[in-house]
Design a protein around this ligand. Structure first.
Ligand code: TYD
Length: 211
């Protein structure tokens, strides 16, 4: 089973992934948690480039192909082998992030991005995608608070530094894209407490496991 987590910054994806991981482990499932960008060894290198604000004057197109390269390697070397071993794979972001950030956010054509994604994932689409949804400004406030607490400055701040219009477009883009792919997307209100958010996620996963 392949589950991906999507959402704007500050929606608590990593907290929810840890909670789901613990829950699945307690049920006796083997679990691999991973993330994009950066889930493979190549990805670690690409992540550094993609998230740095330093002097690389990256074009929108170059950025897109780095995310896709990361994904192709991640699917082939990490995700597919784990699924073949019968593990549940939980990924913090996946192909939908490209459609939404590079498409709805940066203005590239979402349908074209979907086609590029299809090449990168070579047919491996998530069984379930949890979209953690909340107001963009509130999410950003949470993410900035986290960055300050963790002393994260330039290197991980690229998208946090975009203006609020960008984050609003991303949030709306996620909701529009989720509606187009309602068969695998489940939208969860991320403004609730972590326990409440997890209760919803658990219901969706349970329903999938029983189906
Ligand atoms: P990350 O450090 O994973 O933070 P978070 O998930 O907490 O926001 O940030 C990854 C950033 O990369 C995030 O702002 C979204 C962006 N991104 C894209 O623009 N396109 C993509 O295809 C992916 C995977 C991520």
């Amino acid at each position: 089973m392949f589950v991906t987590f999507e959402g704007i910054e500050g929606t608590g994806k990593s907290t929810q992934i840890s909670l789901l991981r613990e829950w699945l482990l307690a049920k006796g499932r083997e679990v691999l948690t991973t993330r994009e960008p950066g889930g493979s060894r190549l990805g670690g290198e690409l992540r550094r480039i993609l998230l740095s604000m330093e002097s690389i004057d990256l074009t929108g197109q170059a950025e897109l192909f780095l995310y896709l390269a990361d994904r192709a390697q991640h699917v082939a070397r990490i995700i597919r082998p784990a699924l073949d071993e019968g593990k549940v794979v939980l990924s913090d972001r996946f192909a939908d992030s490209t459609v939404v950030y590079q498409g709805y956010g940066r203005g590239l054509d979402p349908r074209l991005l979907h086609t590029f994604n299809d090449v990168a994932v070579s047919g491996l689409w998530p069984d379930l995608t949890i979209l953690l949804d909340m107001d963009a400004e509130a999410g950003l406030r949470r993410a900035l608070g986290r960055n300050l607490r963790e002393g994260v400055q330039n290197t991980e701040g690229r998208f946090e530094a975009e203006d609020i219009d960008f984050h609003n477009r991303v949030r709306e883009g996620y909701l529009a894209w989720a509606a187009l792919h309602a068969e695998r997307f489940r939208v969860v209100d991320a403004s609730l407490s972590p326990e409440e958010v997890f209760a919803h996620i658990r219901e969706h996963v349970e329903m999938f496991l029983e189906a």
